[in-house]
Ligand binder design. Structure first.
Ligand code: HEC
Length: 198
């Protein structure tokens, strides 16, 4: 008897609380409701660790090894391939380990836009040669395919040894500006592209 009275009292109390809540707030506006993240509990049926690892590996695709090469070698390979742009085909070269490597225009941009790849703490080419070619240093912008190839003489019409890039990087060896005389001929070792055949 005493138990059921208690339940009735409790029930009425809860109802009153609920009604009071609705009455105060009117129609609940769910769009403004704040979402409290609910901690996710591990699924009751976890696949074994090996299975999970296998799945992960499948999603990541086959492992790729980057190629060990130099900035100048990347540019030579790019010229040899006929200067393919961002939508062009990937191109190949042989890296310092004798591996066949596949590169894309992204790797060429890496060469022009990375600091520290010509000698220790070297500035990037694009730190001086970027933006509007008219206002860039030397009226040369190396920040996009369009800008790099805008002037015939920069790329020597596709002939590496006729290009101003070759002249400044290999003959005069004065770029990046301030390059020390004893800096490595082809720049420092870099890791770009991917090995397609060892
Ligand atoms: C600190 C600024 C600076 C950096 C970094 C720099 N350059 Fe230059 N570059 C210049 C200036 C200034 C000139 C124009 C004066 C001259 O020709 O020496 C120039 C001129 C050139 C020219 C000749 C332009 C032409 O139309 O003939 C080429 C090619 C060139 N730079 C390539 C590069 C490359 C490639 C890099 C990166 C490896 C680089 N530069 C990094 C400042 C820089």
């Amino acid at each position: 008897m005493r138990k059921s009275v208690l339940f009735i009292v409790l029930g009425l109390g809860l109802m009153a609380l609920g009604l009071a809540g609705c009455g105060l707030q009117g129609t609940p506006d769910f769009s403004r409701a704040e979402h409290t993240p609910i901690p996710t509990l591990p699924k009751a049926t976890m696949p074994p660790v090996e299975e999970a690892l296998e799945q992960q590996a499948e999603q990541a695709g086959p492992a790729t090894t980057p190629c060990r090469t130099t900035p100048v070698d990347v540019l030579v390979a790019w010229f040899d391939a006929g200067l393919p742009g961002p939508d062009g085909d990937p191109f190949t070269m042989t890296d310092l380990d004798g591996n066949t490597c596949q590169l894309t225009f992204d790797d060429v941009m890496y060469v022009f836009s990375s600091p520290g790849i010509w000698y220790e703490n070297s500035p990037s080419c694009t730190s001086c040669h970027s933006g509007d070619p008219e206002s860039a240093l030397g009226q040369l912008s190396l920040d996009s395919y369009e800008n790099i190839t805008a002037k015939e003489e920069t790329v020597g019409g596709g002939d590496w040894e006729a290009s101003h890039l070759y002249d400044r990087l290999v003959v005069r060896k004065d770029m990046p500006l301030g390059r020390p005389a004893d800096s490595p001929e082809k720049g420092l070792e870099i890791f770009v592209g991917q090995v397609v055949q060892e």
